[in-house]
Design a protein around this ligand. Structure first.
Ligand code: ES4
Ligand code: ZN
Length: 326
């Protein structure tokens, strides 16, 4: 069976990766030592054993704890560089990388420190790995819109180093409408807009991400299959969905990978893509997401090519770059 080799070798874009979710336990412990920050786990094995999640919130609690070891620009560089090397090995030609500045600024780490470290890694990835990498600043939706506005203000001097903004963290109870004004401001600034919606939340959150926030892509969006009119809208407007199958499995969005609806999304003509979300926590990087999902659901080469094409169509690279990649 040559399918795993095809999935690994094909050039692809990764459009949904939280850089703090690429922090492997080994690097968490190395940074905890380097910075003198204690973490309540004896070692790498004990930490990995704690990665048994029942829903999104049970994951987020441990994900924010892991990110607490990041202090210096070099820490952010090392984390992003480790991810970008893995991405290059998986034949990722383009990576659009989420980061959660509020997780760091709330601990006294400056916005400049976060963006400097991450952006240097992205620049080095282009030069040394041939990977085109760009940053998307995510607002934490469990915090207030006021806090998001403050974060945007802190990012203002660095807007040339980010391509867009997103919305992540605890979804249910924090609908897109909560961030209508800050997204309108980001739109006026010429930033690309995306939002997590329909991961655990209802189709109504996908509608309001589109119609209120005016996002260009939906992160996850797998709950959209519960609303036929929404499926038509997503297909008609070619709104990309950045689907993360191993994440959905580990956070119990689907009982197992065999029951994942990626195939249904493609059959409905949606611009679905495959991504890794938080690969250090969910058991694999992008190629592992492809190979495990294809093995479990019986998708084949036709869907593989479609997903690779969709990933470049959905990316925010400039038109010439996208054309070269497609
Ligand atoms: C996330 Cl899987 C997921 N969902 C929402 N927010 C997140 N932040 C990091 N991973
Ligand atoms: Zn995500």
């Amino acid at each position: 069976d040559r399918l795993p080799a095809l999935l690994a070798a094909m050039p692809k874009a990764e459009l949904h990766i939280h850089i703090e979710g690429s922090l492997e336990p080994e690097l968490i412990f190395a940074l905890s030592q380097r910075n003198g920050i204690a973490i309540p786990y004896a070692g790498v094995e004990e930490l990995r054993r704690a990665y048994a999640f029942t829903n999104l919130q049970s994951f987020l609690d441990i994900y924010y704890a892991g990110a607490s070891v990041l202090i210096t620009a070099q820490d952010f560089y090392d984390m992003a560089w480790a991810y970008l090397r893995k991405a290059a090995a998986d034949n990722v030609a383009r990576a659009e990388i989420f980061f959660d500045p509020q997780t760091h600024t709330a601990r006294g780490v400056d916005m400049a420190t976060v963006i400097d470290g991450l952006h240097r890694a992205c620049a080095d990835a282009q030069k040394q790995l041939g990977v085109s990498a760009a940053l998307i600043l995510c607002f934490l939706r469990h915090l207030s819109e006021e806090d998001a506005f403050q974060t945007l203000e802190q990012a203002q001097p660095f807007l040339d180093k980010i391509i867009g903004v997103g919305l992540d963290s605890s979804e249910v109870g924090h609908p897109p409408e909560k961030f209508a004004r800050v997204f309108a401001r980001c739109r006026a600034l010429g930033l690309h807009l995306v939002a997590h919606a329909g991961e655990e939340g209802p189709p109504a959150y996908v509608w309001s991400a589109l119609d209120v926030l005016k996002v260009e892509r939906i992160d996850h969006g797998v709950q959209s299959v519960r609303d036929a009119a929404l499926m038509q809208r997503l297909a008609r407007d070619r709104i990309p969905l950045t689907v993360c199958p191993l994440s959905n499995q580990k956070l119990c969005v689907f009982p197992d990978l065999q029951h994942h609806n990626l195939g249904r999304l493609l059959e409905a003509g949606l611009v679905a893509t495959v991504n890794s979300d938080d690969p250090a926590y969910f058991g694999g990087y992008i190629n592992e997401n492809f190979t495990q999902t294809f093995a479990a659901t019986g998708l084949g080469a036709t869907q593989a090519y479609q997903l690779a094409r969709n990933s470049f169509e959905g990316s925010f690279g400039d038109a010439t770059q996208k054309q070269q990649l497609i």
